[in-house]
Design a protein around this ligand. Structure first.
Ligand SMILES: Nc1nc2c(ncn2[C@@H]2O[C@H](COP(=O)(O)OP(=O)(O)OP(=O)(O)O)[C@@H](O)[C@H]2O)c(=O)[nH]1
Length: 402
């Protein structure tokens, strides 16, 4: 099939530019590393397109211009893509390494292209630089924050391997063929296939990048939907998931699970005194006080205005009472400085532990909730356990909807 390097390059240039425009314009979502990385990838595609344009227009250019300019744009685009991918995956950018690869790669290519002309060494040097960039990409894909069975990661890893194979194949043909081409624009199967396949790479890489971007956004949304925006602790949904999981685990292992239902006392008067903004600061300080008393493995979440739940794995009724008392005492003895005023807050706590083999989270939470209201009724600033005389306490609206 008749092919021209210039035509193939022109198609690759137009394709890269169209992809760059699509990524740039189509990037949505809140500002953050994920969006910045996509913009950077779009910019890299635009730069890469410049390299292809130069190759397509080589007839009007001095060979040294093509070698120095085309490779500069190509290596810059590779480095930008590496940084974009690493940013999207949440791993260290290694931008100095990417920059060093680009500079050393370009100097070597320039040396063997202009000073001491040797086409094979020039290609080998440039290929090693791009292989190093591929290495940085693979390192990010294998170490980044992606799901274990991420399709995007598989696609991008496969592309890395195929790109490396293409480079190795080209170098092999140049070094071991009897009649290898002596320039990139020379009509030769090696050149045709190399330009055709590497010209398609931007398209496949962008597809992998977009897949990864959508996975990252999904994960961010999943996390956001589970965090209480004011205090940063788990919200009702996340707490419900954690409680179900922990109770099932406890029942399976025959281990206890403790639950604390914590409610700030007379919080309305805090709001009345300091305003809603001051009340918010008190809630933040309260979460900090509670957190300081928790053990590793304990989980805290907010289920309502001034109501919090603590899940304490491996805690029997006696142990969860001790934890609750420690929290109560810490809050009581930790004065909070709010807008230049000192506030002495107290909390009431209902503490319950799962019955052996219990798998119904609602029942456990209801017992803790009933104990909390008993603590409130008994005068506040105290810890209460469920009343054994009332094994089936009345459901409360808070717990029923947790
Ligand atoms: N600042 C602030 N206040 C909140 C928030 N959510 C709920 N509240 C307030 O918390 C207060 C809860 O009042 P109540 O349910 O009457 O309870 P309380 O005053 O703490 O009294 P007891 O629980 O009976 O000791 C109300 O004034 C709510 O407006 C919030 O996110 N921020």
């Amino acid at each position: 099939m008749p092919m021209h390097i210039e035509t193939l390059s022109l198609i690759a240039a137009i394709q890269s530019l169209a992809l760059a425009a699509m990524l740039w314009v189509g990037t949505q979502g809140s500002p953050g590393p994920a969006r910045t990385s996509l913009k950077l990838r779009a910019a890299a595609l635009a730069v890469e397109s410049g390299g292809w344009w130069m190759l397509a227009m080589q007839a009007w250019m001095h060979p040294a211009q093509l070698v120095l300019g085309g490779n500069a744009l190509n290596l810059l685009a590779q480095g930008m893509s590496v940084i974009a991918l690493r940013m999207l995956l949440g791993v260290p950018l290694y931008w100095r390494a990417a920059l060093a690869i680009g500079v050393v790669g370009w100097l070597g290519v320039g040396w063997f292209g202009v000073v001491q002309e040797d086409y094979r060494l020039r290609v080998l040097w440039g290929s090693i630089a791009i292989l190093a960039d591929i290495g940085l990409r693979m390192h990010a894909l294998l170490n980044g924050e992606v799901r274990r069975r991420s399709r995007a990661r598989l696609v991008l890893l496969a592309l890395c391997v195929l790109s490396a194979l293409l480079l190795a194949w080209r170098c092999g043909r140049l070094w071991f063929d009897l009649n290898p081409p002596t320039g990139i624009v020379q009509p030769d199967t090696v050149n045709y296939l190399y330009v055709l396949l590497s010209g398609m790479q931007p398209l496949f890489l962008s597809i992998g990048f977009l897949l990864l971007y959508s996975e990252v956004l999904q994960r961010e949304m999943h996390l956001l939907a589970r965090v209480d925006p004011l205090t940063g602790v788990k919200n009702r949904l996340a707490l419900s998931e954690a409680a179900t999981q922990m109770l099932a685990h406890a029942a399976r292992m025959g281990r206890p699970l403790g639950v604390l239902m914590i409610d700030a006392d007379h919080f309305k008067s805090v709001n009345d005194r300091f305003g809603h903004g001051g009340g918010d600061k008190v809630l933040l300080a309260l979460v900090e006080s509670i957190r300081r008393t928790l053990r590793a493995g304990n989980v805290i979440g907010r289920i309502g205005g001034e109501e919090f739940v603590v899940l304490a794995p491996d805690s029997s009724q006696e142990q969860v009472m001790v934890l609750a008392e420690r929290i109560r005492a810490t809050v009581e003895t930790t004065p909070l400085a709010i807008d230049g005023h000192m506030l002495q807050l107290t909390v009431s706590i209902g503490a319950a532990a799962a019955l052996p083999g219990e798998r119904d989270v609602t029942g456990l939470l209801r017992r803790a909730d009933a104990a909390l209201y008993a603590a409130k009724r008994a005068g506040r600033n105290r810890v209460m356990a469920p009343d054994p005389q009332r094994p089936e306490p009345l459901p409360s609206s808070v717990v029923a909807s947790l």
